[in-house]
Design a protein around this ligand. Structure first.
Ligand code: NDP
Ligand code: MG
Length: 382
């Protein structure tokens, strides 16, 4: 039986993790989890899974929770609460599925405790990939990918010699606006942006998919996960989301990972690796039904966020931190109705332009740059 801690329990990845646990009760139990503000769902999960430790976003919510649950457990809140869940001594593996760079501290704390980490929270690696991967390597901690593209590449590399890989090819569905020109994007609504054609996900990542920043973040994530140079990471537009990503080897062979778009598959694989289990209720891929697969070149002018991500990744240092923080602040402003869709891109571009990169930044440099970038973006929002 594997004991699991979950950060971001009430989110899209969090709730699908509970589905995986429910479908294999003999394999998994949940010892601790955190969520933000969704008390209704959080309480139901506490009553169902009876964890030892939970954490919510604020002191008020923690007090309300303590008053209203029948199960007795330790209730924490805020960033300290995330650390309590991340370092829960009773759990074997941490699923980090909180949204945003708030996931960095708990990832580092879990590494210090030598806990295996299943990482969905891509902002952690984007903002401080060199520190996270360095510490994990030094302490012999496994970080397993949950993001479908990285799980696909991880599986394509199973049993292969990584040095024989010539490049990796990430696939992108194109998001909700893939068929719109740049002029069509003026005036698009939050509701339209949240309508992803293939995947059902949290709101921030759905907007990231529409701007193509999601793929940009994934390129940087892939660089850190697999130690691949940016020159050897390609992105292709693949509307069907059947191939989740591919690896090309020196002899020209390409190994691809295929499946239906279902996040339960990579979540469960991270939990069972190196074994596999049946994914309950999962639809099987029927290639005859799919009929044909399509691939298109990514247009960096149409999707400038992908270009910004490659540039920030190649510049290194604190540039990816700025990219991530500016993006989080801009997406939040768009979701709150404060800015139009296209301003997400211009705010990020502006933040990157004015930043003086710090090479090989410390954790406190990263924290400062993260905070100051968010503040800078706020000042640009009128
Ligand atoms: P959601 O928005 O659906 O869920 C986010 C979770 O984090 C919720 O439980 C939310 O709590 C909690 N949360 C948000 N902010 C805070 C905070 N400041 N403090 C504590 N808890 C917080 O996101 P997703 O599940 O879609 O994504 C989570 C992460 O996984 C992201 O990094 C995303 O990029 C990545 N990812 C997601 C995929 C997907 O298919 N959804 C695929 C690949 C990667 P509450 O709602 O209770 O406030
Ligand atoms: Mg992905």
């Amino acid at each position: 039986m594997k004991s699991i801690s979950i950060l971001g329990a009430t989110g899209s990845i969090g709730t699908q993790t509970f589905d995986v646990v429910r479908s294999h009760p003999e394999q998994f139990c949940v010892t601790s989890f955190s969520f933000g503000k969704n008390l209704k769902l959080g309480k139901a999960l506490i009553e169902e899974f009876r964890p030892n430790v939970v954490s919510v976003s604020t002191k008020e919510l923690a007090e309300e929770l303590k008053r209203t649950i029948s199960h007795s457990c330790h209730v924490y809140y805020g960033e300290e609460g995330l650390l309590e869940v991340a370092t829960d001594p009773k759990s074997d593996i941490l699923i980090n599925a909180v949204m945003g760079s708030v996931g960095l501290g708990p990832t580092l704390a879990a590494i210090e405790e030598r806990k295996t980490i299943a990482l969905a929270n891509k902002e952690t690696l984007v903002t401080a990939g060199h520190i996270v991967m360095d510490r994990a390597k030094r302490l012999g901690v496994s970080i397993l990918p949950v993001d479908s593209e990285h799980s696909a590449i991880f599986q394509c590399l199973n049993g292969e010699n990584k040095r024989e890989m010539s490049k990796m090819i990430l696939t992108a569905s194109g998001g909700s606006f893939r068929d719109k020109s740049r002029s069509d994007l003026e005036g698009v609504t939050v509701e339209e942006a949240l309508n992803h054609p293939n995947w059902s996900m949290g709101s921030k990542i759905t907007i990231d998919s529409a701007t193509m920043m999601n793929k940009g973040l994934e390129v940087i994530e892939a660089h850190w996960f697999f130690g691949t140079s940016y020159e050897n990471i390609d992105v292709v537009l693949h509307r069907e989301s059947v191939i989740h990503s591919m690896v090309e080897f020196v002899d020209g062979s390409v190994i691809a990972h295929l499946g239906t778009p279902d996040m339960k598959v990579p979540i469960q694989y991270a939990l069972t690796y190196p074994k596999r289990l049946e994914v309950m209720g999962g639809k099987r891929l029927n290639l005859v039904e799919v009929g044909s697969l399509h691939f298109e070149t990514m247009d960096m002018e149409r999707f400038p966020c992908l270009r910004y991500a490659y540039e920030a990744g190649k510049a290194g240092g604190t540039m990816p931190t700025v990219l991530n923080a500016a993006n989080e602040a801009a997406v939040e402003a768009f979701l709150n109705g404060q800015i139009p869709f296209l301003e997400i891109e211009s705010l990020i571009e502006h933040a990157l332009e004015v930043h003086d990169v710090i090479k090989d930044p410390s954790l406190s440099d990263i924290h400062e740059v993260d905070v100051s970038t968010r503040r800078f973006v706020q000042t640009l929002i009128v």
